[in-house]
Design a protein around this ligand. Sequence first.
Ligand SMILES: Cc1ncc(COP(=O)(O)O)c(C=O)c1O
Length: 405
Amino acid sequence: MHLADRLKNLGTETAFAVSEAAAAWRAQGHKIYPFHLGDINLPTPANIVAAQSRAIAEGKTGYAPAAGILPLREALAELLGAQRGVDYTPANVAVQPGGKPVVTKFLQAVMEPGDEVLYPTPGYPIYESQIDYFCGVPLPYRFVESADGFQMDLDYLEALISPRTRLLIYNNCQNPLGTESSAAELQRVAELAIRHNLWVLSDEAYFDVRYSGKTTSIASLPGMQERTVILYTFSKKYAMTGWRLGAAVGPQEVIQAITRLNTNDESCTTHFVQWAGVEALRGEQSAPAAALQTLQERRDVTVEILRQIQGLVVHKPESTFYLFPNVTQVMERLGVSHVAHFADAALKNTGVSFCTRMHFGRSLPGETQQYIRLAYSGIDTPDIREGLSLFRDWIDHTAHQGAAA
Ligand SMILES: Cc1ncc(COP(=O)(O)O)c(C=O)c1O
């Protein structure tokens, strides 16, 4: 049977292949330390679970409006607007089954085939997949690494822009880098978007996953609200990855188009899950605060042990639950030239499983450094200590053996 040709353009999240490799190794009786997937092994707060049960008991099990139930849209408009210092009404909100659908629906709503789309690489791989699938022209932009972490290469970004460039995908609190823009960087991105009249998708999946300071949304900057659609998700802040609840928040005309796509795609987001979302936003916030403390502790332990590895460079971001260590020198010490071989050897020798730069979009010419990504959201602190100590000792031992040989 024939499958549609357009599927050739559809990418995927290759990180799931890393999960499969880790699961296969575990099935052979080995202990795994899963740093590969951005899932959270903390429970969804009890008040949210109870709100869903209540909603089911109350019979909130039929179809809901395509844009989402009004109380949830009201809560999102009010709270997101207040945090960002902008005014939203429920007409600016279309509830989604997760944050991910916002990427595809935003592109379908505003991108014509042949439009150029700026997006980050390394970055969340679904951007590239969906741009390709809907026949946009991908324009990946890059980052530079300094002692302070990763910064957008803004001159490079600006040089990519042509009259055919119509969209910019921007992910402050970035997966996989863990980085966020300085005020100056954010300002310049906004200026470019305004000067070149770009639509902006502001992926704010990790807006609230932060340990100190405050995230700034690009939608807060003058002239940006009217051109920006925010990807919001309950997945990370409220440990609700499997519930599938998120929202697109932006100008009314795009939200109307996205709502029409909702009607075509899923009719509505699961009705009773939306009531759980209302509780998440309006209810007790102590559980998400405690989850952040746990994540911060995990971050600190992860960084502490990684920094004991000679030649490994790791920055300590204040947001997200990702680290993106530079392992170029470590690989040189081990005599390994391909980062995939490094990841495979680490899994087989220590059980430590992680993604690499290759899982986050196309590489750009001139990339010479090697990186891996560790997510510490799905692994308890004692296992972080145990797994990364094995990883550190394996590297030291193997490098010494190589040097002696
Ligand atoms: C940068 C980024 N955006 C969006 C998402 C989508 O999350 P979800 O669909 O679970 O809301 C993720 C998930 O990992 C992400 O890392």
